[in-house]
Each structure stands twice: as C-alpha cells, then as structure tokens.
Design a protein around this ligand. Structure first.
Ligand code: HEC
Length: 124
C-alpha cells in the first residue's frame, strides 16, 4: 500500500519538474531568437580590424625585445635593423629561433603578419 503512494508521489514530482523545465527552456529559446547575428561581411571586417599588433607586442614580446623595441634579451626590432624579407621574420616568429619562442601555435598567421608589419614600421 505504501509503495503505491511512493510511486504516485514520484510521478507527481516528475510531472512538476518536467513542467518547470519545459517552461524555463522555452524562455531561453525566446531570448536566443532575439539576438541577431552579424552578416558575414561585417564579421570579416571586424576580424581584420581587431588585430592590435602593438597590444600583442606589449603583452608577449616586450619582455625580451623591450617595450620600445630597442632590444634586451632579444635583438632590437626596429626597421633600420631589419633588412631581410618580411617572410623571414614571419618564419622566425612562427617557428622560433634559439631562445626566441615559437608563436605559431599561439598566434594566428594574420596576427604574425600584423606583428611583422608592426616591427618594420618606425616606432610611434
Ligand atoms: C623569451 C624571450 C623572447 C620573447 C618573449 C620573444 N622573443 Fe623574439 N627573439 C628572442 C631572441 C633571443 C631572438 C634572437 C634569436 C636568434 O638569435 O636566433 C629573437 C629574435 C626575434 C626576431 C628575429 C630578429 C632578427 O634580427 O632576425 C624577430 C622578428 C622576433 N624575435 C620577434 C618577436 C616577436 C614578434 C615576439 C612576440 C610575439 C617575440 N619575438 C618574443 C627572444 C624573444
């Protein structure tokens, strides 16, 4: 006799829980539908503009190359010193060299190219 009540109560609780769940998930779905996704064109432009080479340099490279790029543990990264092809520097940043760490797994190719352009431009 007691078993029947227990089973009834379990079903009762389940019913309440399921109703509560389906009720709240429908709210979430409504919220998601409100959010608009940007068009592909907009996204492409945003990605290109978002690379902040000076910021990446300050965060990841300045320790060894100096905040003003005049060098410390690593050589100076200033246009008057860098006379090789851009691809050479992109390869050094990607693969590392000596005690220079490899960044290929941590930075995208776009970020590395932006860094090469940054170090080949005169400091601001
Ligand atoms: C742990 C210290 C360290 C960090 C961090 C570091 N570098 Fe270097 N880097 C070096 C050293 C040391 C060399 C010289 C390597 C050699 O002689 O083979 C070097 C060499 C280079 C060169 C080649 C310079 C030349 O004259 O050929 C470039 C370009 C360069 N680093 C860019 C960067 C960039 C960009 C970052 C940040 C993403 C960075 N490095 C982070 C230590 C570092």
């Amino acid at each position: 006799m007691n078993k029947r009540w227990v089973i009834l109560m379990i079903f009762g609780c389940l019913a309440i829980t399921l109703t509560a769940c389906s009720g709240s998930s429908s709210v979430v779905v409504e919220e998601k539908e409100v959010a608009t996704s940007p068009s592909e064109d907009d996204q492409g432009q945003t990605v290109a503009q978002e690379i902040n080479a000076a910021g990446i340099f300050a965060e990841r490279c300045a320790n060894c190359h100096g905040a003003d790029r005049s060098g410390s543990r690593g050589p100076a990264l200033l246009p008057e010193r860098l006379d090789k092809d851009q691809a050479v520097y992109a390869a050094t940043i990607t693969n590392g060299s000596g005690s220079m760490p490899a960044w290929g797994s941590r930075l995208s190719a776009e970020e590395i190219n932006a860094l090469v352009e940054f170090i080949l431009s005169p400091p601001q």
